[in-house]
Design a protein around this ligand. Structure first.
Ligand code: SF4
Length: 405
């Protein structure tokens, strides 16, 4: 299943297409000083490794622009220069060979400066993101609309678009970020109704995790599910590697990008669990995440419900009566002592990555399903019905019958 996407124009940031049906890209931003070339490149490599397709760096000084010139030939992903206030630094970044610019319309206001940057970007063949931010909106717009409301953010973006139109520049993507999730969502919906330029989604100043993650997911996923959005950034107060990981994971969970790593599903645990599910899931997560296997793995607290509930998973583990039951696509294939179950799961994950689930199902231990069934019956006999349904049904019936007509 996939979401139908809104039709947008396409541009390219370096080698990465954005819009026009291209895969939704993940962006992040470095936190280093851009004139620290080696430090910034190290962070760009870390971000690319964590799933960022495009990385933005601040270009706030001449030295930063010079740093970009040194980085460009060595960067594994396209670099975007972030420009506030000084349009000359946009021209310097273009001279440095940057892949794209981000301009904040609230901070560069003079029409002739904006047009000069657009002409230079056109000559260099690079796109510009019009990056409107509710926190730095032009004060005239704030007065006209009575605050940083969606109409004000979209008006700011479209004023900039009009300047670009005047000089024939259309290599544009737009963001209208707000720190309020509901207003962010409304701003992008309005923008999507107004223009067909590709959109860069984000909740600005979302803050540290977990709140920042929740806000970003709430805003970005809502819009993606409506088909709005061509590139995304989580703005977290955290190591930017966390932003890249979160962005990539969100797209994978929504089925908008192919899975590149682990998708761990785990039951929340309940009274039936025979092991510490949180501890086991956390160990499995740590070990398999490091191995970067593109596989869905389930950790389930009991064999009574586990294999059935997680039958979509490539591989799963269900505990019970001191044993670990490994299952593939819901079918129990091996039973091992509980003390060996995590190691056995990791080994099986590697074999599935090499051979595929069909081959591993064919290599199953034929006695495993019967062993699992025995454990299931033992557990049901000893634990009974965890929901206590029979007694409760009888109690409800008693009450119903005991009343007088
Ligand atoms: S799989 Fe078992 S332990 Fe986990 S929530 Fe379901 S019933 Fe409870």
């Amino acid at each position: 299943m996939s979401f139908e996407r809104r039709n947008t124009r396409q541009l390219t940031v370096g080698s990465v297409p954005v819009g026009g049906g291209a895969p939704i890209s993940v962006q992040s931003m470095t936190t280093t000083k851009t004139d620290d070339v080696d430090g910034t490149l190290a962070q760009i490599y870390a971000l690319a490794g964590a799933g960022a397709d495009i990385v933005r760096v601040t270009c706030n000084t001449v030295e930063a622009a010079q740093g970009i010139a040194e980085m460009m030939p060595r960067s594994p992903v396209p670099i975007v220069a972030d420009i506030h206030f000084q349009y000359r630094l946009a021209l310097a970044a273009i001279e440095a060979g940057v892949s794209a610019l981000r301009l904040n319309p609230g901070n560069i206001r003079k029409e002739e400066h904006i047009k000069a940057v657009a002409r230079a970007a056109a000559d260099a063949g690079i796109p510009i993101r019009i990056g409107v931010n509710a926190g730095s909106l032009d004060k005239d717009l704030l007065e006209k609309f009575g605050g940083p409301v969606p109409e004000a953010l979209v008006a700011s973006a479209m004023t900039e678009v009009a300047y670009f139109d005047d000089v024939g520049f259309h290599d544009v993507k737009i963001s209208v970020k707000h720190s309020n999730v509901a207003l962010m969502v409304e701003s992008y919906r309005l923008l999507a109704d107004t223009t067909d330029y590709p959109l860069h989604l984000g909740v600005t100043e979302a803050g540290p995790p977990p709140g920042g993650l929740i806000k970003s997911v709430a805003g970005i996923a809502t819009l993606l599910s409506e088909g709005i959005g061509d590139t995304i950034r989580f703005s977290l107060t955290a190591d930017p590697v966390e932003e890249a990981k979160a962005g990539r994971s969100l797209l994978e969970y929504l089925g908008l990008r192919e899975r590149t790593g682990l998708d761990l599903i785990a039951c929340p645990s309940c009274g039936r669990a025979d092991v510490d599910v949180i501890k086991v899931a956390s160990e499995v997560n740590d070990r398999l995440t490091e191995m970067k296997l593109p596989i869905q793995v389930a950790v389930m607290g009991c064999v009574v419900n586990g294999p059935g509930e997680a039958r979509e998973a490539d591989l799963g583990l269900a505990a019970g009566k001191g044993k670990g039951h490994l299952f593939i696509k819901g079918e129990v294939v091996r039973v091992v002592p509980e003390s060996e179950m995590v190691d056995a799961l990791i080994e099986e994950a590697m074999l599935i990555a090499e051979q595929g689930t069909e081959a591993r199902l064919a290599a199953k231990d034929v006695t495993a399903a019967d062993l699992a069934q025995e454990t299931r019956i033992e557990l049901l006999t000893s634990q009974g019905d965890a929901n206590d349904a029979e007694r409760r049904r009888a109690a409800v019936a008693d009450v119903a019958r005991s009343g007088s007509d």
